[in-house]
Design a protein around this ligand. Sequence first.
Ligand code: SF4
Length: 279
Amino acid sequence: MTEKLREIYSLDSNTLFQEAQEIATTKKTIYCSPNIANGSCQTVPGCRHCKWEHMKVMKPDFNKKRTLEEIRARTQVLVEAGIDRVFLASGWMGYQVPDFYYDCISSIKENSTLDIYGLFGAINRSSLVNLKHAGMDGYLCGLETPNEELYKRFRPGGDTLTDRLTTLKTAKDIDLKIWSGFLVGLGETDEDVVVGLEILREFDPESLSILPFTPFPHTEMWAENPANPLKWARVMASARLYLKKLDLFSDQTQGFYQGYGILGGANGFYVFPEKKSLT
Ligand code: SF4
């Protein structure tokens, strides 16, 4: 299969994008949004590219643990905005998630019909089982990058790439839906991309997020270049052609990168609604 993927990846951009978009037109558009349980994180040292560090500078109370009432209120906003899918998110709190997260999942389940995913980094089997019992439909765990050396360069502390792969395998074993992906633009080679998509194919993911590295202010990687948009869109389109049945997500719904996400065949989009409808 890897040869087929290499062939796809070597297509000229016009062909690649046209075919990716043809597949995207057969898919339902999906809007997803986070409901943040806790903005703090136990990863030490912190990740050098961490967008949430930027968020904490812009909005200092981003760091705090939310209350169940805040989770409920946010769920209501997402429902009213027409969101299809929510991911309950936090910084990495270790391999065992706090019990409070089970209550958050139960609350979202009781107050919506949203598809519910968890996003807490690498976690252990008992956490995944308890989250599932609370009503979680799937687990979102990105690889960040399939290249272990690169991974350690921007994520020197916290969970490892191997931990993340183990988490995905455990989630698959207990019949949770799998949502994964990786960032483009961190110095990965074309072969890293091929290896990454092959690794992900083996998990038979329900969804994939291929996202462009963005050097947010107030992070250690602030001075580095953002992902090349054409390269990012080509990786998305290759994933779209190679893994046709999944939903492909872009986190860029406005600004310069937006069109590249559509070019690459995304049918899923991250949105951050306030109190207004998407339609
Ligand atoms: S795991 Fe890394 S990227 Fe995620 S919140 Fe913690 S420091 Fe930031």
